[in-house]
Design a protein around this ligand. Sequence first.
Ligand code: BGC
Length: 438
Amino acid sequence: MDFKWGVSTAAYQIEGGWNEDGKGQSIWDVFANKRGLTFENHNGNIACDFYHRYTHDLAILHQLNIPNFRFSLSWSRIIPNGTGAVNPKGIDFYNRVIDFCLELGIEPWITLYHWDLPYELEKKGGWTNREVIRWFSEYVEVCVKYFGDRVKRWIILNEPMAFTGAGYFLGLHAPGRKGLYCFLAAAHHATMCQAEGGRIVRSMLTESQVGTAFSSTFVQPFFDNNRDVMATNRADALLNRLFVEPLAGLGYPVKDFKLLQRLERFIKDGDESKLAFNMDFIGLQNYTRELVTFSMLTPLLWSKFVPADKRNVEVTDMNWEVYPESIYEMLMKFSKYKSFKEIIVTESGASFPDVVINGKVNDVRRINFLDQHIKQVFRARQDGVNVNGFFTWSLTDNFEWKEGYRPKFGLVHIDFETQQRIIKDSGYWYGNFIQSYL
Ligand code: BGC
């Protein structure tokens, strides 16, 4: 069966080597090194030290017979100032990662942007500056020029809703900016970049497959009344449709969320047609569902989530409900967009409190989580959805953004004091499971 099994990672969450070999700073380097912004002031300066240990980690992937590896490129490792001079040592690092993957028979999947904007660009306004379309295009061209001879699968952006929402609206993620104006500017520019990035990869590489990855959350009203139904529609427009529908040629979902009309001030003549692009595949990422209720205390959105731990349901260490049907529902929803030809689940996974006993991690709950979610993916496939891949988040425990190293998402445990790796039972399980499908 030609189904793509893999794992997903992201540069800032695993690489470390934050100031080595000519790398420029990213917004995450700056944010996480300020006090009080992340769990116990954790940062990604060393992270999983993938920068020095990539051969070891890729050998684990090989040992587990996992055939696809999704990783992101650090823009500021490649172009330290975000625009202009290219850093040869950065290119060399990713060449070595790609070549080693290929040597092991592992297919590399590159994400071009997983949240770590070069800090020099943030100083000029970052995603809120329309110039970002030009900066990003230059960066995409550089990556394709250097790696396009060997990399056949490209993902333009990872979860634009997450990095514009948490980074430019709520101020919880880097660069820590807040407010509607910042958010809407960043959102429009990211939407332009996702399509433009697709066009660049397609025009430079005719043999490759290009896609982009979206977060998705199945939302349902908490109470069966009109106010909660409307609140849920607004949350759905924001979380699941804002970046998806312009790409599909449907424009922004203003009808269900009037506030989005204010995007207009950032839309220039000719933008509307440029927002659409016919990707080869869409990356769908799903972790949970949310129940939504009307809220007077949440201006602009007038909706809030009812926390999972108040609902008497099974939760992960992120306080996310374990609800496998969510991935099925979102696959069904995404499959309705006519222009989406193929869907790959580019992330799903769970953080649970693992314990190491006698050098082993018996993470039964993670195994169950993955097993149940994969079953829902195959249910959607049976129901006619063209979903052809599943990537677990993540290969190793890593830097979980604001939450630091507290949550553990890996198939492989890392002792961050010693950098020692232990393959968890879920890692062995996933490897064996994949074998039974190949
Ligand atoms: C992101 C990852 C993150 C994971 C778990 C996804 O939204 O792409 O970077 O670690 O969720 O929170």
